[in-house]
Design a protein around this ligand. Sequence first.
Ligand code: PMP
Length: 285
Amino acid sequence: MSLKIFINGQLFDKDDAKISVYDHGLLYGDGVFEGLRSYSGRVFRLEQHLRRLWDSAKAIWLEIPMSREAMAAAINETLRANKLTDAYIRLVVTRGAGSLGLDPNRTSHPQVIIITDKIQLYPEEMYEKGLEIITVNTQRNHPAALSPRIKSLNYLNNILAKIEGLQAGCVEALMLNHKGEVAECTGDNIFLVRDGILSTPPKDAGILEGVTREAVMELATQAGIQVREIPLTKHDVYIADECFLTGTAAEVIPVVKVDSRVIGAGTPGKMTRDLKQRFHRLARE
Ligand code: PMP
């Protein structure tokens, strides 16, 4: 059976799921997207993801041509059509087809696309041993140029950083903001543990406010851990007792080496393992 893709209220076979080459999403990266995940048929933190999608759209003056309720129903319909229960879900809203030229006023019909597919997981070994990452030269977008808080189709900033990381043999890479502070990884947020306190860069540090990040901060607070959103430097990373990343696909993944410095004992730390487990339970409960 071919995978079904939702486009503007209709389900198409994967091979027939097409949009115009004049779509400004393709021509200029003019659009927004979301990445969600379902566990046993239930979408994790659906409202928060939809809220972020609508916030991103608002920031770029894009009106999503359906209600949040209709989007939620469409996601579930697409999951059902594909008989998927544990899935990765990609929502895309483009500016729509227009004429060549940037002017979004010359486009019409924003395209709403929902792809549901099997989730591609990092190998289990990476969770057990922890990742090695590097800090890349590619700076996170300056917020006055393109706010990292917008999850836009313009992901080249992240892709260039990803390439730098891959060329160094790392599956994730750490990005600094224009002030030289730690921002986030190319598709994941970062957390540090030092003296039992959990720290993560604040929302104005050049990050996407991850849904997983939020959930992990809640779980940590519930567990009685002190959580701080504060500016962090590379030095803070190097001297951390523990480091881990969070994201929809990755969930919670330990980091044990950054720029050739061993973090803590060089193995996934106690708090990291505990929060990873708590998140695992929360998502699947
Ligand atoms: N930062 C960036 C740049 C991202 O693209 C993502 C999503 N993959 C995240 C952080 C993590 O966000 P979430 O936990 O909502 O998936």
